[in-house]
Design a protein around this ligand. Structure first.
Ligand code: ATP
Length: 262
């Protein structure tokens, strides 16, 4: 396993101007190529942590560093992060192709020059035949696939996913879980995945970081020591999966008792 540290958070804290302590003393080293889930009750700071990693929010205390990544003069990783949100956030008036082209377009890449990359991204998520479709013509799962294609068209090193499948039905979610794992292995990404689901975190990740609220903090760090690819039915009935679910459930339960997140 790769043990190079891609991202290091050292005792980071975030207090919003209204006084809410969204994160306190959060430390986390994320290894290159790992799949880390942030699991926790509502309000424990999962999204805040993800936004800070994406450079979308400032730290109040602590530090964040990228020991192995190339960085710009402000210390931000250079074009290597993509973000996938719970809502696909597609442009409804634009075709699937144009939606996926957007991140490249924002970097000044013309449509013709972007064509190969967009087509490759669509193929990776199984939507090569839908380039000319509009979002209204797609199912919820397909819209999320477009959102993932848009995230991977820039070939990111780190993929940040904020409850990407939470709004989908169980079957679609399970299929997208498998497709995500397949892509993760193929693309050699590092993934930080926010979820409320113990089962999803245990199925997907090699590490589950459990957080508690008020103040948002890390309360458990659970390794899911099983190789990939994970055969869905076999892995879900394995002791490793069951133990990971039990440990994560217990930690989550304790986290919920320790916070007044109701
Ligand atoms: N811009 C903001 N201003 C003030 N408080 C905020 C802001 N954004 C988030 N918070 C608060 O910070 C805390 C952490 O929020 P955050 O969205 O990171 O939690 P979360 O774990 O992602 O929750 P959920 O699972 O419900 O999405 C919450 O108490 C939230 O109300």
């Amino acid at each position: 396993m790769n043990t190079k540290t891609l991202l290091s958070l050292k005792q980071i804290g975030k207090t919003f101007s209204n006084g809410t302590v969204a994160l306190q003393d959060m430390s986390l080293d994320v290894h290159e190529g790992s799949f880390v889930s942030l699991l926790g009750p509502s309000g424990c700071g999962k999204s805040t942590a993800l936004k800070i990693v994406a450079g979308l929010g400032n730290l109040t205390t602590g530090s964040m560093s990228w020991p192995t990544a190339s960085v710009d003069p402000l210390g931000r990783p250079d074009h290597e992060i993509s973000f996938v949100f719970q809502e696909p956030t597609l442009m409804l008036w634009a075709t699937v192709f144009d939606n996926v082209w957007l991140p490249l377009r924002l970097k000044g890449v013309k449509k013709k020059a972007a064509r190969a990359a967009v087509e490759e991204a669509l193929e990776m998520v199984g939507l090569q035949d839908f380039a000319a479709s509009y979002p209204r013509e797609l199912s919820g799962g397909m819209k999320m696939r477009v959102s993932i294609a848009r995230a991977l068209v820039t070939r990111p090193k780190l993929l940040l996913m904020d409850e990407p499948f939470a709004a989908l039905d169980e079957i679609t979610r399970s299929k997208l879980n498998d497709d995500l794992l397949r892509l993760w292995q193929k693309m050699n990404w590092t993934v930080i995945f926010v979820t409320h689901s113990v089962f999803e975190s245990a199925y997907l990740s090699d590490r589950i970081v459990v957080m508690a609220a008020r103040p948002g903090r890390v309360v458990a760090d659970i390794a899911v020591d099983a190789p990939y690819p994970r055969d869905s039915s076999e892995f879900r009935s394995s002791p490793t999966y069951t133990n990971a679910c039990n440990s994560a459930s217990k930690a989550l339960h304790a986290a919920m008792l320790s916070g007044d997140h109701m």
